[in-house]
Design a binder for this molecule. Structure first.
Ligand code: 9MR
Length: 371
């Protein structure tokens, strides 16, 4: 309740600020980026359809409510760098241009990730693993080419994504197998050299697990001790109705806040469906079961109310820690866009985002806007 009041007070202060600055407060300015903008950037992931001009209604929402964007898929290795000497910048160019045209804080996602990695990246012509030297060179070429292309235009990069497991051990990815833990500092160093002005982030899901929390703290401390730039820890936040406990999530925000880096909530969505898996690792899938898809037509009002309430609890948590949290990004615009409809079980109907399938704001958004 106290936090809720805080949120309203903040939004009121924001309105007052605008009024005092001489800028008229018109109806169209009651949007998320104005209401939350004095706490943190309000971001959203942009998908292929939007970039290809096939979903202008979603783009209108993006322009109205958000001041930061991240590409949901188009900068992933498989898409942007499908073969060793082939880059495909078509969609990423459009993505960056859209951010620039709309004066947004543009985030690049993601430079080094075990998943959606083009098959050539870690193997030689016989399919065997490349040597550490070759992999370092490939990482350097990949990072340098992409980061330099958007130098000064992409403001922050998810440099390394999902390198650590819940128990705190390193994921046994090809990068880890060939280079050991060293692939992380190398990636950050290459990114820094390509654009010394860009912010650089480590990004992961399930950051509320104690083991992962500890390992990420160590990762950040080690980079800093070696004088390697890291600006933020990105907590993805693919959460559900039953997980995680907000107190566990908060413990990680607090722990990362003490590291002298920013904290960012980078991929927030909240599944309204029964929990199947808490992992956000894209290969952790299970086969479809009707009983796990209880709301194929609409989310019943009781469940919707519970979803709105829990979203507000998370938002209040972010506002409470906004001295350290510099950005909160949602992983898609409408429920229809969400990867959660197909993960971890393909073919479910989920309701994890701020706008429904008719592009209407959920009650959570209306409340934030004071409606
Ligand atoms: O939402 C993304 C989905 O459309 C893709 O199919 C999938 C694989 O590339 O990646 C999803 O986004 C992931 C993000 O890039 C990294 N963190 C976990 C996200 C959900 O899997």
């Amino acid at each position: 309740m106290k936090n809720k009041k805080l949120l309203y007070a903040a939004s009121l202060a924001c309105m007052l600020l605008m009024a005092c600055s001489g800028k008229p407060v018109v109806e169209s300015e009651r949007n998320l980026k104005n209401v939350l903008g004095n706490h943190f950037l309000v971001g959203v992931a942009i998908n292929h359809l939007q970039l290809q001009g096939q979903d202008s209604a979603a783009l209108d929402i993006v322009k109205t409510h958000f001041n930061s964007i991240v590409p949901e898929n188009c900068m992933k290795c498989m898409i942007i760098h499908p073969e060793e000497n082939v880059y495909d910048f078509e969609l990423s160019d459009r993505f960056v241009a859209f951010g620039e045209e709309n004066g947004m804080f543009v985030v690049g996602h993601c430079l080094i990730w075990h998943s959606q990695l083009a098959s050539w990246f870690c193997t030689d012509e016989n399919g065997a693993d490349v040597s550490p030297e070759v992999l370092k060179q490939r990482m350097k070429d990949h990072i340098t080419t992409i980061v330099k292309r958007y130098k000064g235009r992409v403001h922050g990069w998810d440099v390394v994504n999902e390198a650590i497991l819940e128990d705190g051990s390193y994921r046994n990815s090809k990068f880890y197998q060939i280079l050991g833990e060293e692939f992380v500092p190398l990636a950050f160093q290459y990114a820094y050299e390509a654009d010394p002005e860009a912010e650089l982030y480590y990004n992961d899901y399930n950051m509320h697990f104690e083991g992962k929390r500890r390992a990420v703290i160590k990762l950040v401390e080690d980079l800093k001790a070696r004088g390697i730039r890291i600006d933020a820890v990105g907590m993805q936040g693919h959460v559900g109705m039953e997980y995680p406990q907000i107190s566990d999530f908060e413990a990680s925000i607090e722990a990362f806040s003490k590291l002298n880096v920013k904290v960012m909530i980078t991929e927030f969505d909240m599944s309204a469906l029964p929990m199947v898996r808490y992992s956000a690792n894209v290969t952790d899938t299970v086969s479809f079961e009707q009983s796990m898809n209880p709301y194929p037509n609409e989310l019943p009002s009781r469940e919707l109310e519970a979803w709105n309430k829990r979203m507000m609890e998370f938002m209040n948590l972010f506002v409470k820690h906004s001295r350290h949290i510099s950005r909160v990004t949602f992983w898609g615009v409408t429920d229809g866009d969400s990867w959660k409809n197909d993960f971890p079980m393909r073919g479910r109907t989920d309701y994890p985002l701020l706008f429904d399938r008719n592009y209407e704001p959920k009650q959570f958004v209306k409340e934030l806007l004071g409606e």
